[in-house]
Design a protein around this ligand. Structure first.
Ligand code: CP
Length: 310
């Protein structure tokens, strides 16, 4: 994987993903062995949109591998605010660092950045399009908790239109045999047609659309809750009308399987009631930690920094 970019989940084969997750598990078990493998390497985090988990987990990952980080957390702190193009920003930063993680509100921005960079570019979210390192996080969590990647009934609930984590996860989990999707959303926030026509249908993936979480929660192995993406609405009234479409609470959890795995990319707003946090099936804070280990494994592979201390 050395020198490659990660723009969307399909950039890695299933085999490469398996190796990445095995490495993440090894790092998780023995992090001290990997504390120097990226010594002398520098990661840039270029965040043109807000973030807590993605930016800080990338930075924590690089620091825990012995490397260093630099970057900005909002575009106003860079020469983008003076009108510099993304291409010029990337050409500049790529001459200072060994690897770049970038979040940008424009769909396709990460692909464009990769075309101007001599060093690996990792897409840390491009508008409503993709968020592949969240998907690595989600897949590592599913692999660890469910001990399998196929034959699962997966509920995607909430803002399936603008939620880029949903688009990346749907694409990634469609590659494993026997997975089925329940797409739970209001009509205004349905999953984009291209996911149906270019992902589910060609892969022969079974899916159904529904309005009510209560009608399907009892069938699910995984429930992936999502926030309604306020920042992508054109009209505040629509956001206010739709924002509380789904609230997972203890009453709904009573209808679910004993081994349901509840995931959420976070941040959450109202869509999971805090009373659910103490339910052993609530996995979203474990998921946060898996995200750091997934990114540690990814950085080592894209930089070719293999081999922890024995
Ligand atoms: N899951 C996720 O992308 O969180 P942040 O927006 O806080 O990075």
């Amino acid at each position: 994987m050395k020198g490659r970019h990660l723009i969307e989940p399909g950039n890695f084969t299933i085999d490469e993903l398996d190796k990445l997750f095995s490495l993440a598990e090894t790092i998780m078990k023995n992090p001290d062995s990997y504390s120097e493998v990226c010594r002398g390497k520098v990661l840039a985090t270029l965040f043109f949109e807000p973030s807590t988990r993605t930016r800080l987990s990338f930075e924590a990952a690089m620091l825990r591998l012995g490397g260093s980080t630099l970057g900005f957390a909002e575009p106003g702190a860079s020469s983008t605010s003076k009108g510099e193009s993304l291409a010029d920003t990337i050409r500049t930063v790529a001459s200072y660092v060994d690897i770049i993680a970038m979040r940008n509100p424009k769909e396709g921005a990460a692909l464009l950045a990769s075309q101007y960079s001599d060093v690996p570019v990792i897409n840390a979210g491009d508008g409503g399009h993709h968020h592949p390192t969240q998907t690595l996080t989600d897949l590592l969590t599913i692999r660890t908790i469910k001990k399998k990647m196929g034959g699962l009934t997966i509920g995607l609930c909430g803002d399936l239109k603008f939620g880029r984590t949903v688009h990346s996860l749907a694409k990634a989990m469609s590659r494993y045999p026997g997975n089925r999707f329940a797409l739970i959303s209001p009509p205004e926030l349905e999953i984009p047609d291209y996911i149906i026509s270019r992902v589910f249908k060609p892969a022969g993936v079974s899916f159904s659309k529904m309005l009510r979480l209560e009608d399907v929660i009892g069938d699910l192995d995984i429930l992936y809750m999502t926030r309604v993406q306020k920042e992508r609405f054109f009209n505040e009234q629509d956001y206010i009308r739709l924002k509380d479409s789904y609230i997972l609470d203890t009453e709904k959890m009573r209808l679910a399987k004993k081994d349901l795995c509840v995931l959420h990319p976070l941040p959450r707003v109202n869509e999971i009631s805090p009373e659910v946090d103490s339910d052993p099936r609530a996995t979203y804070f474990q998921q946060v930690k898996f995200g750091m280990y997934a990114r540690m494994a990814l950085i080592t592979q894209l930089l070719g920094c293999d081999g922890g201390k024995k």
